[in-house]
Design a protein around this ligand. Sequence first.
Ligand SMILES: [Ca+2]
Ligand SMILES: [Ca+2]
Ligand SMILES: [Ca+2]
Ligand SMILES: [Ca+2]
Length: 382
Amino acid sequence: MYRYYIILLLAISSTLNAQNVSFVYDNKNRLIEALLSDSTIYRYSYDANGNLKDKILVKGCKDLQEPNDSIPIALNLFSSELGNSGRDTSIKSYINSSYEQDWYRINNSRQSGRLSISLSKLPSNYNIELYDSSGICQQCYIAGSYEANQINENIIFNYNSSSTYNPPFYLKVYPSDGTQFSKCEPYELNIHWKPGYPVSIDAFIEGFYSGNNLMKSALDTSQSGIICDSVRLELRNTLSPFSISHVDTSTINIFGGCKFIFPLSTVGHSFYLVFRHRNTIETWSSTPITFDGEAAYYSFTDALNKSYGDNLIDLGDGNFGLISGDVNQDGTINEFDITELESLLQLFSVGYLQPDLTGDWIIEAADFSLIENNLGKFIHRP
Ligand SMILES: [Ca+2]
Ligand SMILES: [Ca+2]
Ligand SMILES: [Ca+2]
Ligand SMILES: [Ca+2]
């Protein structure tokens, strides 16, 4: 083994003249890194028998987060435990080889809330997975995101304090296969923590629904992957005039799931849940829902009478959807919505547009048909 070191050191010193070099060793006293003053790094790895497996040159893109290749040496993303105030953090780091994994630790003191994780600016196809404190096992896997190519990876995790998942949580960033990495271009990891009472909603948007419990991704046809669109949930007081008590915005995924967070002060109170999307009819829960226990769940997909006034559309496969067509969001589907759509139809408009009822980024006849089919429909509310 010592012979290896001598050869390696000779190789470095002969090629790089008289630079200052510092060395990093692992717990078996094996050389794992040589850092040069020009920020070049040589990184070494070993097989199970302790033989040198790989030597990588990382030129001018020193990964300050390394080593964080496993759970025991995961990098803390937050300096202290997540508590009852919102937190954000952002980090840039590198995948330097095909077998590298970057592990991050997210400390939580069993506070309920929503953890939003986003991996962006991907130089290559990386994936992310979230685990609980027990590490890698089938039961402790919480969620993963596995988009193709360089599409952003996103995980939204609504945590409640009585969950069977044990904090802290561990996040893994890794290349999707042996050819997918970039030594010198960093990825960006953004984590947002919003403490509070988690509310999960299931809903389908009529125009985006493609059958088999799936919707199209309408947020960004090139980048959104599993995310379908932006949505909003209002908590309305149970007595007239049913004014808005709290609002949260989130995204709905292509499976119809969305996760909201409301202040813990809402626990013990009842609200109508009002679901809002940019071009569907505003939809109210059929009755007020009491916020009790650790989290709330409500589905608008499984029965017509889950919405106030049976104001859903039958999707024909046992599911129900939010009614598409209220382009101008005035609560009724009528000629004014058609006018807005027609002005864009004539321009052959393309993009993320309010009247795009089918979510394909094109204003076309299919959008027009949806409005026609739903003409005269309006908000039902107490
Ligand atoms: Ca790394
Ligand atoms: Ca990926
Ligand atoms: Ca309208
Ligand atoms: Ca369309």
